[in-house]
Design a protein around this ligand. Structure first.
Ligand code: NAP
Length: 279
């Protein structure tokens, strides 16, 4: 696995992590099957060095965090855990309360990266960031991040921090959703803010057997490197300086495949060809 520095810090994080939306969710809780599938998938991801798990208090009503705890167990120090506070909990006291609850469900005494899940214009970001810095001072969180923030909102969050710097912004980014490229991506690169790309294989759309010119280009490049569509799509993302990606997979074969998105490089020419094809 390759690593990148998180934001301006010396903390290294794997370029590919593990998403958890849907893990511990409706189907496993109510339709049988328990948590085993999710735990197994995350454990395999950890074994394959994708030691960066992204979850949220919102996922499966907090149950995803409990599944993460089961998967991580004694390996806590080796796994970088990121979770998120929901937009309805952004007032000072609510942030502290949410963090305590997440710590409990994650069975840990610190969160590596605590992220504001979505901006909420009805709560001043300065109030939220004050709570975040309080948590950091208490050692309950190691790094502060945001998610789904525009350039303007990111700048406001940065400016609201007095003792720390904003580590990351988690946003949708894939070959099929390039919207951050016109503003947020160059801004993040300039400001040394890590972009955590969510839905990096477009919720499973990229590996599906679609036809057409752009898909043919993707398939040609995949076959040139002896890789799959998902691996190429992930590799294209992490080749960008500030970007790491968090594909989610419950299937063990998908986890294995996604881990192979790192550890090799496409030529610049092929990356450009893909960018052009999916423009
Ligand atoms: P994604 O990772 O792009 O795609 C996940 C889907 O693709 C799943 O259905 C998965 O199936 C399938 N898949 C995974 N690897 C595959 C492969 N190699 N071949 C074929 N299919 C594959 O989408 P996502 O779950 O939306 O995003 C990833 C993570 O980002 C989430 O889990 C969550 O942690 C985070 N996220 C954050 C936000 C936010 O607002 N901050 C929003 C959305 C997502 P199986 O599960 O059956 O293996």
């Amino acid at each position: 696995m390759e690593f990148k520095e998180l934001g301006k810090s010396a903390q290294k994080i794997p370029v590919l992590g593990l998403g958890t939306w849907g893990i511990g969710g409706f189907s496993t809780r109510y339709l049988g099957g328990g948590d085993e599938e999710g735990v197994r998938a995350l454990k395999l991801g950890i074994e394959l060095e994708m030691r960066f798990i992204d979850t949220a208090e919102m996922y499966a009503g907090g149950h995803s965090e409990e599944v993460v705890a089961k998967a991580v167990k004694s390996q806590r120090k080796e796994v970088f855990i990121a979770t998120k506070v929901s937009p309805e909990h952004l007032h000072y006291d609510d942030v502290l309360k949410s963090c305590e609850s997440s710590l409990g469900r994650l069975e840990t005494n610190y969160i590596d990266l605590y992220q504001v899940h979505w901006p909420n214009p009805s709560t001043p970001i300065a109030e939220t960031m004050k709570a975040m810095e309080h948590l950091a001072a208490e050692g309950k969180i190691r790094h502060i991040g945001v998610s789904n923030f525009s350039v303007r909102q990111t700048r406001e969050a940065q400016e609201a921090l007095s003792k720390s710097s904003l580590a990351s912004n988690q946003v949708e980014y894939s070959l099929l959703d390039r919207s951050i490229e016109t503003g947020l991506l160059p801004y993040a690169e300039k400001e040394h803010i890590t972009i955590i790309a969510y839905s990096p294989i477009a919720k499973g759309e990229i590996p599906k057997g679609r036809r057409g010119q752009r898909w043919q280009t993707l398939d040609e490049i995949a076959s040139k490197y002896g890789r799959t569509r998902s691996q190429v799509a992930l590799n294209w993302l992490i080749a960008k300086k500030p970007v790491v990606a968090i594909p989610k997979a419950a299937s063990l074969n998908h986890i294995r495949e996604n881990a192979g998105g790192a550890g090799w490089q496409m030529s610049k020419q092929d990356r450009d060809k893909l960018s052009e094809a999916f423009h």
